[in-house]
Design a protein around this ligand. Structure first.
Ligand code: ZN
Length: 65
């Protein structure tokens, strides 16, 4: 884990320092979100990252046309 660069817990993109949201759940889990969009999707809409089109997390997986 890098302390300098956080990754968005939802979309996986890097979050520069001073940007984004750190969210601590009641059980102590820390989540980082690059934007309120990601926060809402995770916490309110309860979407799964791999089911959301704009998530880039899985970019390295198999490429099929
Ligand atoms: Zn994000």
């Amino acid at each position: 884990m890098s302390l300098r660069v956080k990754r968005c817990s939802f979309c996986g993109s890097e979050i520069p320092r001073g940007v984004g949201i750190m969210y601590v759940k009641n059980d102590g889990t820390v989540l980082y979100f690059c934007s309120s969009k990601c926060r809402k999707n995770m916490l309110i809409l309860k979407r799964k990252p791999y089911r959301v089109k704009w998530v880039i997390k899985k970019a390295k997986s198999t490429k099929s046309k």
